[in-house]
Each structure stands twice: as structure tokens, then as C-alpha cells.
Design a protein around this ligand. Structure first.
Ligand SMILES: Nc1ncnc2c1ncn2[C@@H]1O[C@H](COP(=O)(O)OP(=O)(O)O)[C@@H](O)[C@H]1O
Ligand SMILES: [Mg+2]
Length: 153
């Protein structure tokens, strides 16, 4: 069962997921809420479901095919009808200077959607987010339970 509640000002949306499949359903709902251009930060522990959510968002935006984790190459791009989606995963970023080689500023200039895992590791070198998605494993709750909060900034 997925409950979605939104705050009165419609800037925050709250989802509960009890399985990988339900997180994918949340991803397809979120895909409908995203405008291009946008920069989305995904925040949550390892195993929280960030990559799973991103895969579902990208497929729901119309990309047919595998969405693979960009853990080693930092960034992957996907063409969808609305524009270009850039999926970044900065978990293994050791030196934020590595980001300079990606030419992100030119990519920001395009009307694109950025979905960024571990944005904390690129602090100061990334475009500010207009949306944050937090995936929380609730301490002491069922192991597959995730609380997913989308916040417009
Ligand atoms: N409710 C849930 N939502 C998402 N993933 C879940 C859930 N319950 C269990 N899992 C498992 O947690 C893992 C999430 O992995 P992943 O999406 O790569 O996380 P992250 O990118 O945040 O490190 C997967 O192995 C998935 O099967
Ligand atoms: Mg991940």
C-alpha cells in the first residue's frame, strides 16, 4: 500500500514504500511531477533505494532500455521525449575536482533533468537543486520499509 500525502502548499510530498516494486511505483508518480529543466538531489543511505527510484523515473519518462548505475563513470545520459536526463552517482568521488572534467556547466545550460545521488560529495560544484528527494529507512521498522519525501526548494 502506498500512501501519498502532500502538505497544504503542495511543496512536499510524502510516500511510503514496503518493497522495491512499490518504490518503482513511487518513481513513476514522481516522473509525472518533474519539469524540465530540473536538478534533483537524491539523499539517503546506501541501499535506501536511490538508484532503484532513478531507474523507475527514467523508464517512466519514456526511456526504453536498461538504466545502469553510473558509479564508476559518475554520469550517464538518457534521451527522452522531454529532453536529456543526466543520472549522476558521486558515491565514489574522491576528489571533487574530478567533476571539473565533466563539463557540467555546459550540460546545465541545456534544458535537462539532473538526478544526482550523493550530491553531498560534490558540494559547491553542483547546480543547486530545485527538488530534493530523501529516502529514509526507519530505524526499527520492517527492513523493506522506506519513507520517501519529495521537497520542492
Ligand atoms: N522498499 C524498498 N525500496 C527500494 N529498495 C528496496 C526496498 N526494500 C528493499 N530494497 C532493496 O534495497 C536495495 C536498494 O538498492 P539501490 O536502489 O541501489 O539503493 P541506493 O542507490 O540508495 O544505494 C535493493 O537491493 C532493493 O532490492
Ligand atoms: Mg545508488
Amino acid at each position: 500500500m502506498i500512501n501519498s500525502t502532500s502538505s497544504l502548499d503542495e511543496r512536499q510530498f510524502n510516500f511510503e514504500s514496503n518493497s522495491l516494486e512499490q518504490t518503482c511505483e513511487v518513481g513513476s508518480k514522481i516522473a509525472l511531477m518533474l519539469n524540465f529543466p530540473s536538478c534533483v538531489y537524491l539523499i539517503g543511505d546506501l541501499g535506501a533505494g536511490k538508484t532503484s527510484l532513478v531507474k523507475s523515473i527514467i523508464n517512466s519518462l519514456g526511456y526504453v532500455g536498461d538504466v545502469t548505475s553510473p558509479t564508476y563513470n559518475l554520469i550517464q545520459e538518457y534521451q527522452v521525449e522531454q529532453g536529456t536526463v543526466y543520472h549522476m552517482d558521486l558515491y565514489r568521488l574522491e576528489d571533487p575536482g574530478e567533476l571539473e572534467f565533466l563539463g557540467l556547466e555546459d550540460l546545465w545550460a541545456n534544458h535537462s533533468l539532473f538526478l544526482i545521488e550523493w550530491p553531498e560529495k560534490g558540494e559547491g560544484l553542483l547546480q543547486p537543486a530545485n527538488i530534493e528527494i530523501r529516502l529514509n529507512k526507519i530505524f526499527d521498522s520492517a527492513p523493506n520499509h522506506r519513507n520517501i519525501v519529495l521537497q520542492h526548494i
